[in-house]
Design a protein. Sequence first.
Length: 580
Amino acid sequence: MTESAMRPASLRRQFAKVMLLGVLVPALLLIAGLVWLNLAKERAGAEMRTASVAVSTAREVDDFIAVHRAAVNVLAQRRSAEGSARDPARWSADLARVRTNYPGFVTMLVTDARGVVRASDPPLAMPLATVRSVADRAYFREPKRTGRAYVSDAFRGRSQGTDPLIAISAPLQDAGGFAGVVEGSIRTDTIAAQRIQALQGRGYEVLLLDGTGHVILASDGVPLEPLASLVGTGLEPMLGARDLVPPTRLGLLQGVLRHDGDAYAARAVLASGWQLFVLVPKRLLDAEVRGRILAPMVLLLLFVLGVSVASWLQMHSLQAGIGGLLQTLQGFALGGTLTRHDARGMPTELQPIVSGIHQLGDRLNSAYADLKQALDRQSELAASLRTVVATREREIAERTEELSGAVAELDRISRTDELTGCLNYRGYRETATGLWEQSMRQGQSLSVLAMDIDFFKSYNDRYGHPAGDNALRRFAGAVRSSLYRGSDTLVRTGGEEFVVFLPDTSLEQATEVADRIRASVAGAAIVHEESPGGMLTVSIGVATREGGDGDDLEAMLRRADRALYQAKHSGRDRVSTVRS
């Protein structure tokens, strides 16, 4: 058999080897790698989603507890400040109002300094005189010991039933010191109930443990009852999950679910030290991951197979011509000159290409030397130019960064009051206009508090301006501590004059904020012997633009000033409102 007759068979074998080693094997390895990467990616995505669900659920539980704790704490502080902590006759309306506004509280009660219940809502079934003391409860002992509000671990009620509860309590104070506690009880199955029900609808289960490792609440799929301890059970490893389960990874826990058995768990630690676990059945997560990667992998495999078949079909028509054409181009590709190749044995379809390559090669060979010399010179010039451009660009970037920082700092300084850190008059006008336009655009209410420090001129006259500056700083700090939202804005408009803007706040809510500010300033205990009460106080005027009002910004500010005028001329150290 001649050499020309053997060449096609040899080329086919070579092509088959190339296809096997260069296409099919890498393709199969690629498929295997993609399967592994997609598995890892999908599992990581599922882990991140479950961890995000755990964090957001924990945040919702934290917010639920924080809101109810704030309600109890504010009530206790107000009664303590009024000096009526030991007056049980005034508590019934307060307790009923708090339970109406915060329906999470099942019961509320007030005790004296010995732990004896003096008032409750709803009223106890037995007379108060016969109720046992609650001095043994942690919600009484801890506020008495620390003087701060307290959130208890889970316990079982005894005066209004035996439901599992948590308690939120705050201490009462009077001139004689500790006067008792205000306490609200919350059923554990009402904590974030809608959130947990929604998670169950998506296949998740939830377990919430208190600081002692006892169950606060468990969704239906978790075989645990409230107040149960994990110690001594098959679920005890979850108590060590603080170290075993990173926040963004899932840990596999065996036998934790009632019907599905094994589950992946994501943990979040609450502000109270409780641990919240979001559990997803292992079979559901594994099925979800497999389902997400199956279709792309099948499509990729079909694509590889199709490319292989098409390549094999084209091999017979190209095998003879490709070898000759590659030999023709080889010398030129390696940096030499283009040599002519006999094209008589080439396929008819490739002969015009070879002829054109020969014609082009004759012209390229003559220009190759000149081109190479020109390219060498161009490379030198380009390197020099790149060096110059890089230097200039670096200098321009440095100057631009310096100017941007200076402009930003000047803008911040121009809108900030140097003494108190509040916005100054310029910031006041910009903020007022922006919040007003936002209120009009979104159809929301906007409230403003106009504040004036009482007898501040006499304060400066008596104690001197340095002391006055310090008093202004302490006053601004007391006001800030009473603003709970990031959108609430404090502005110093004059010497002792301040303004607070409260977006999306009704007149009643703004009045509550104003009362809180007035109490906070009084609580700062800034001595002012020229003031009737001996302490620095503030008068506040409140005005609100409700959604749909037709007045303008200046009209609302004038109403706030009129309210402030009323407060000043009604005795100072008070809050006054003016409706539109």
